[in-house]
Design a protein around this ligand. Structure first.
Ligand SMILES: CC(=O)SCCNC(=O)CCNC(=O)[C@H](O)C(C)(C)COP(=O)(O)OP(=O)(O)OC[C@H]1O[C@@H](n2cnc3c(N)ncnc32)[C@H](O)[C@@H]1OP(=O)(O)O
Ligand SMILES: O=C([O-])CC(=O)C(=O)O
Length: 380
């Protein structure tokens, strides 16, 4: 207890910079702007792999060979179909449900109908990780279709994971460019160390609770606008500004009101987020191809204006907003698409946590009153 004179114990607010465990899933250099999944640079992965390969890499630690990939992709395809109870659950939701709220609830319900949900064996947890990773995109698509009053679609046999995700979202066979764009979004969002949602998943699994509980919690953390929810705030901003020539006035006003620029700043990167350039490039291309470059143009102008003003770079959520818009994804779904990718990272971390567990229980610096006694109710 403190009398106000003792030196305060060190508190690392938000645990910033604190190393809470060893992890071999990803390496991030905030100074260099470098991101490696299991030792592979994301620039290399973005160019040369698809999401199934990246999910395999995150779970197993190595990239698959041809046969391993075939087997893993077939397994993912099997798990991609929604159990009938889950489809009925999505249909029972109010049509105007917030998609991340629907997704969080649906994953919790998915645990109810998984006969292995409480099986703590490594093999069962591994199967559940693949099942959850396969299921998440189908659920996101189902939530979109339900909100639009359209029939929920089953995955189409023979399509890749990214292709099926686009197909189930939109109800039409995607073009090669659309498949590439979805793969890029899925690969780049898949993993990012001890971020808030992954840490949430690890905290929950470290109590030896089940993987469905951990992922339900992670979705709740990702939903927040300081984390994955920022991409929805960014698109709202782009639409509010409306044209590139209005950016400077808008930025001035936000700065004068001490507001936050969503999609800028990062807890780890002091230099450019290495994922941003990929999203930016593709957003520019798709914006031109769709004959609607305005949202890219506003984004580019915002980056040029905000970066020198607050000395913060844009993060992964910034150009992913205009990119997802150009991919035809409704803005309310942007964070769900992030979740459909990050599920691979979450699961890799949950498996890692179970494999070398220690309950996560930091302490706090007490700032409340000194010990006191309860007065009779009439004297309070
Ligand atoms: C996938 C992801 O989660 S990426 C992040 C997505 N979130 C956003 O884009 C929201 C906007 N950004 C932010 O709120 C922050 O930069 C965060 C949450 C990402 C990181 O927060 P921190 O680790 O505290 O960053 P940092 O130490 O650099 O921030 C210090 C101060 O810089 C300023 N700052 C940081 N980012 C911004 C911003 N985007 N706009 C204005 N000022 C900012 C603030 O004064 C901040 O203090 P505060 O949080 O008390 O207001
Ligand atoms: O790492 C973080 O703090 C945020 C995050 O999830 C990411 O940038 O992908």
């Amino acid at each position: 207890m403190s009398d106000g004179k003792e030196p305060k114990p060190d508190v690392s607010k938000g645990l910033k910079g604190v190393k809470a465990a060893d992890s071999s899933v990803c390496y991030i250099s905030g100074e260099e702007g470098k991101l490696l999944y299991r030792g592979y640079n994301i620039d290399d992965l973005a160019e040369n792999t698809n999401f199934e390969e990246v999910a395999y890499l995150l779970f197993k630690g190595e990239l698959p060979n041809k046969e391993e990939l075939k087997e893993f992709s077939e397994l993912m395809a099997t798990y991609q179909s929604l159990p009938p109870q889950l489809k009925e659950f999505v249909k029972s939701l109010p049509q105007d449900v917030i998609p991340m709220t629907a997704l969080r609830s649906a994953i919790s319900i998915a645990g109810v109908y998984d006969s292995e949900a409480e099986d703590e064996s490594t093999e069962a947890n591994f199967r559940k990780a693949i099942r959850l990773t396969s299921l998440m995109a189908t659920l996101v698509a189902a939530i979109r279709r339900h909100r639009d009053g359209k029939e929920i679609l089953d995955p189409k046999p023979g399509l890749s994971f990214a292709a099926n995700t686009m197909y189930m979202l939109n109800g039409v066979d995607p073009t090669d460019d659309e498949i590439k764009a979805m793969d890029l979004v899925l690969i780049l969002h898949a993993e990012h160390g001890f971020n808030a949602s992954t840490f949430t998943a690890r905290v929950i699994s470290a109590t030896l609770s089940d993987i469905y509980s951990a992922i339900t919690g992670a979705i709740g953390a990702l939903k927040g606008k300081l984390h994955g929810g920022a991409n929805i705030e960014v698109i709202k901003t782009l639409h509010e500004i409306g044209s590139a020539d209005k950016v400077e006035a808008w930025v001035k006003e936000v700065k004068a009101n001490k507001g936050k620029f969503m999609g800028f700043g990062h807890a780890v990167y002091q230099v450019e987020d290495p994922r941003a350039k990929h999203m930016k490039e593709l957003s520019k291309r798709l914006g031109n191809e769709k004959g609607e470059p305005v949202w890219y143009d506003i984004s580019e102008k915002m980056e040029a204006t905000i970066k020198p003003l607050i000395n913060k770079n844009c993060n992964v959520d910034f150009y992913s907003a205009s990119l997802q818009y150009y991919m035809g994804i409704p803005k309310e779904l942007f964070t769900c698409i992030f979740a459909a990718s990050r599920i691979a990272g979450w699961c890799a971390h949950v498996l890692e946590q179970y494999a070398d567990n220690k309950i996560i229980r930091p302490s706090s610096n007490y700032t409340g009153p000194d010990e006191r006694t309860v007065k009779p109710i009439g004297d309070r």
